[in-house]
Design a binder for this molecule. Structure first.
Ligand SMILES: NC(=O)c1ccc[n+]([C@@H]2O[C@H](COP(=O)([O-])OP(=O)(O)OC[C@H]3O[C@@H](n4cnc5c(N)ncnc54)[C@H](OP(=O)(O)O)[C@@H]3O)[C@@H](O)[C@H]2O)c1
Length: 261
């Protein structure tokens, strides 16, 4: 399949105020794309706008909470009025939670599902008519290694990321006739602000704040996923190892993971 050209592509990137989304917005702009970057932190988005000002592409920002229906409508209204189509939707915004399920509130599960599952799914629903009018349209979902193999102390996050993957797999087949591609990138631990923004997490539970991948590298691989239309990409040797160990030796993997529970 021919490579996707990102120059002048009209691309929505959610969660662009930090980490992977920010790196993605910058790299897309460097490649000449027209980017709408969204998140809640206005100061971060302003700084991103400044940074991208002299790049070959263009970047506009929109501040809001993606779990709000009104904000999702605003994103789609912008794309309708300014672009009349969307070429790529990147569902990147997300948040995690750490701790045992039996210690957690029902509210934590609902919040994680709202951010990591319902928000991207409902934004996608609103974008479908615009994607249908796009040039070589694609939806790129940022999942996780934990979309493929669950681990203890992250039950809500794993549930949301598994749900995203299941939904995307179904959508991929449904949208094939309209030639809208559904792609998925599954990073492993990435050095971003992810572990500083956990949802309702017990302060006594230690969270990992360092990781093996840089957001810039993850963004490069996300762009490669888009350019080459890779339907699923799992990142890092450790990430692939966990997924394959879980498939080939599920009981042994459970036992090993149990040591961290
Ligand atoms: N870091 C990891 O180890 C890792 C591993 C695998 C997968 N991932 C996935 O990668 C994606 C990006 O995460 P990251 O590592 O780059 O973390 P990050 O630095 O914390 O970035 C998360 C982004 O999501 C936005 N966001 C969170 N809640 C939001 C909401 N309610 N409404 C709008 N925007 C919201 C944040 O912006 P505001 O706070 O400004 O709203 C931020 O821009 C997520 O989907 C995450 O699940 C991360």
């Amino acid at each position: 399949m021919a490579r996707r050209n990102l120059k002048d592509a009209r691309i929505i990137v959610t969660g662009a105020s930090s980490g992977i989304g920010r790196a993605l917005a910058i790299q897309l702009c460097q490649r000449g794309a027209t980017v709408l970057a969204t998140a809640r932190r206005a100061d971060r988005l302003q700084e991103l706008e400044q940074l991208c000002r002299d790049m070959p592409g263009s970047l506009t920002t929109m501040v809001g909470d993606l779990t709000s229906e009104q904000h999702r409508q605003e994103i789609v209204s912008y794309a309708t009025v300014e672009w009349n189509a969307v070429d790529v939707l990147i569902n990147n915004a997300g948040a995690g939670a750490i701790g045992r399920f039996d210690d957690a509130s029902a509210e934590r599960l609902r919040r994680v599902m709202e951010i990591d599952f319902f928000a991207p799914v409902e934004l996608t629903r609103l974008c479908l008519p615009l994607l249908a009018m796009g040039r070589r349209p694609a939806i790129l979902n940022i999942g996780s290694v934990l979309s493929h193999r669950a681990v203890p102390n992250k039950s809500e996050y794993c549930a949301a990321k598994f749900a995203m993957r299941g939904w995307a797999e179904s959508l991929r087949v449904e949208l094939a006739a309209q030639r809208i591609e559904v792609l998925m990138l599954s990073p492993s631990t990435t050095r971003s602000e992810f572990f500083d923004s956990l949802v309702d997490t017990n302060p006594n539970v230690k969270s990992k704040s360092v990781g093996s991948m840089r957001p810039e590298r993850v963004a490069q691989l996300a762009i490669a996923t888009l350019v080459r239309s890779k339907r699923e990409m799992i990142l890092s040797l450790g990430g692939k190892g966990l997924v394959w160990a879980g498939r080939l030796f599920p009981r042994l993997t459970d036992r090993i993971l149990g040591r961290f529970a």
